[in-house]
Design a protein around this ligand. Sequence first.
Ligand SMILES: [Zn+2]
Length: 296
Amino acid sequence: MDEEQLLFTLFSIVSIAFGGVIGSFINVCAYRLPEGRSVISPGSRCPKCASPIAWYDNIPVISWVLLRAKCRECGEWISWRYPLVEAITAGLGFLVFWRFGISVATPVYIILAASLVLVTIVDLTDWIIPNEVTLPGIPLSIGVALLAMWFPDSGIRVLGHFLPVFNALIGVIVGGASLYLLDKISLLLLKKRGMGMGDVKLLAMLGGFFGYPGVLMVVMVASVIGSIVGVIMITVAKKAPTVAPSETDDEDDEDMVALSGHYLPFGPYLCLGGLVVMFFGADIYDYYMAMVDLGM
Ligand SMILES: [Zn+2]
């Protein structure tokens, strides 16, 4: 094994472990944020017997396997959801390293990817997009653009290009304003909500990370995936996931897009769109530009 392979192996393991540890924290957040509880203290406890979980019983994926999915104290089953989330973020950790290499961009994008996993889980389970992610996420996205400006070798590139801070700010405004206006137009013309404020803040955050026109690519990818999944769900299952409308009247709670009378959460698709742009934005952009050059 030469030096290059050794570094690749070493940093792959570090990225996978980093992703897994963040996944473990995301499990805590996904469980506590919708209940408005602190994600810092108290430490992780068994939901049944409330005994604190020791660090050696809290190693991502590995502990769940070693404990055979049971609490060490009371034997209560531990849901497969926890190791699944940890495995997903660990896998994303590796993919980010594989894509961005040894650079400042890698830890930044591992955290962003894990945050999008958290938003997806909470939106699917509790029909809300946590402000705890999107509100700090907007200034952080501008901070990342500043970081890239100060450190040109950071590897932070959007659609394969350097992202100026001004461009990130335009992304926040375009991302937030487009969904906000869509919601107002929907209210005016269709007399129903088009978008929840959670989606507005989420796309503003993604706009900050991917700039303009990156934010438009996020919406485009999200819409394509959302339409395909929506049509499949409606034709196969004959219905989309049901949700009681009375529970979603609150402005911050409602984030569904109407599709032929069926309601689907749009947040997960925006998150997926963000991940696709993060990994493949440059390729999609180059492909598009090549098509335009060919006059197609
Ligand atoms: Zn227990």
